[in-house]
Design a protein around this ligand. Structure first.
Ligand SMILES: Cc1cc2nc3c(=O)[nH]c(=O)nc-3n(C[C@H](O)[C@H](O)[C@H](O)COP(=O)(O)OP(=O)(O)OC[C@H]3O[C@@H](n4cnc5c(N)ncnc54)[C@H](O)[C@@H]3O)c2cc1C
Length: 122
C-alpha cells in the first residue's frame, strides 16, 4: 500500500519547526524524524497524518553533549550515535550496550532516540 496524501514541511530552524507544528497540530501534524516507525504505519494507512514536519534539516538537533552530570540528546540524534560510549561514566557504557541491541544496523543509523520514545500509534 501507499500512504494517504500528506504535506511535508522541511523547516531549517527550531523556531520554524515549532511554529509549523503548532499550526498543523490540530490536523494530526506529526514530526518526521528517522521515519523507521512512522513511514511503515503510514504505508499501511494505520496512520494518516495530513502534515509531516520533517526535522532532518533543522539546525542543531543532532547535538549530543554531556557535562558529566547531564546528558543532552537532540531530537535528531540517531541510535548509532551511542555505538561508542558518549560519556566516560557508567551511563555511557550502559547506553552503548543498549544501543547495540536496538533493531539492526541500518535502522540504528536512521532511527532516533527521541522517535523511539514517542508514540507512533495512530
Ligand atoms: C524492525 C525494527 C526493529 C526495532 N527494534 C527496536 C528495538 O529493539 N528497541 C527500540 O527501542 N526501538 C526499536 N525500533 C524503533 C527504532 O529504533 C526507531 O527509533 C523508531 O522506529 C522511531 O524512531 P524514528 O526516528 O524512526 O521516528 P519516526 O518513525 O520518524 O517517528 C516515530 C513517532 O515519533 C514521533 N516523533 C519522532 N520524533 C519526535 C520528536 N522529536 N518529538 C515528538 N514526536 C516525535 C513521530 O511523529 C512519530 O509519531 C525498531 C524499529 C524497527 C523498524
Amino acid at each position: 500500500m501507499k500512504p494517504a496524501p500528506f504535506a511535508r514541511h522541511v523547516p531549517k530552524t527550531l523556531d520554524e519547526a515549532l511554529k509549523i507544528l503548532a499550526e498543523v497540530a490540530p490536523e494530526d501534524g506529526r514530526v518526521l524524524a528517522g521515519g523507521q516507525s512512522l513511514v511503515p504505519i503510514m504505508a499501511f494507512r494505520l496512520a494518516k497524518p495530513a502534515h509531516l514536519v520533517d526535522i532532518n534539516e533543522v539546525e542543531g538537533l543532532d547535538r549530543l553533549s554531556s557535562d558529566g552530570k547531564v546528558l543532552t540528546i537532540g531530537a535528531r540524534v540517531r541510535h548509532g550515535a551511542f555505538h561508542k560510549p558518549v560519556t566516560d561514566n557508567p551511563l555511557g557504557a550502559l547506553l552503548s550496550y543498549v544501543a547495540r541491541h536496538i533493531a539492526h544496523y541500518p535502522i540504528r543509523m536512521r532511527g532516533t532516540y527521541c522517535g523511539s520514545c514517542s508514540h507512533a500509534d495512530p
